[in-house]
Write a protein that binds this ligand. Sequence first.
Ligand SMILES: C[S@@+](CC[C@H](N)C(=O)[O-])C[C@H]1O[C@@H](n2cnc3c(N)ncnc32)[C@H](O)[C@@H]1O
Ligand SMILES: Nc1nc2[nH]cc(C(=O)O)c2c(=O)[nH]1
Ligand code: SF4
Ligand SMILES: [Mg+2]
Length: 209
Amino acid sequence: MKQELQQLVDRGEFLPLMEEFYTIQGEGYYKGTAAYFIRIGGCDVGCHWCDVKESWNADLHPPTKISKIVGNAVKYSDTIVVTGGEPLTWDMTLLTSQLKANGLKVHIETSGAYKLTGTWDWICLSPKKLKSPTNEIYLKADELKIIVYNMNDFKFAEEQASKVSDKCILYLQPEWSNRDKMIPEIVDYVMKNPKWKVSLQTHKYLNIP
Ligand SMILES: C[S@@+](CC[C@H](N)C(=O)[O-])C[C@H]1O[C@@H](n2cnc3c(N)ncnc32)[C@H](O)[C@@H]1O
Ligand SMILES: Nc1nc2[nH]cc(C(=O)O)c2c(=O)[nH]1
Ligand code: SF4
Ligand SMILES: [Mg+2]
């Protein structure tokens, strides 16, 4: 990337935009709610089951001026979900301030692995074993969404739950490719440990983005 453009990306004035789409939030607390998704490229966490590996290499996604992203978003919805890739790879300060200046509610989907930047109305923290969240984000998370790929993930879920605030809503979400195996385990676990709720990737059942 040209040096000047790289500086604009480093400042969060441009961001590598992979895709943007108006859909229904499929997961977690806002499941079922219409929202405009902004998917920012770039992630080096490396989850082997990641369902958007095409997002990882930021160089494949064009640096896009944030005023253009905001201009599109405002046409579609008053609820915006910023996801990726890992959005906290980048400085989210300017994007979120411009979205909020337009009166939009701004949500993030994040692993929390990098410094929390930006101003958020809702933080969905989905921690990963490969790169732990920063201490700062645990107490700010509104929902904790643990992806359950195998039985070890229940122990990981409890460790992560011990770090969030009392108000944080706790979700167990089956890893998509292993859902037939893990959904019965999650159901059983939630009935025995009702502080947890089930989250499903309902958009995949609905065949929407
Ligand atoms: C693609 S990630 C992007 C945001 C951020 N990098 C993160 O991991 O939170 C969006 C959400 O999808 C979840 N996710 C990714 N792949 C999944 C899969 N195969 N099955 C279930 N959930 C998945 C992530 O844990 C995260 O909550
Ligand atoms: N409909 C829909 N809901 C989602 N919730 C979180 C998603 C994500 O990839 O971050 C996602 C997504 O990709 N589509
Ligand atoms: S942190 Fe998120 S985007 Fe990155 S590999 Fe894991 S699930 Fe995919
Ligand atoms: Mg997704």
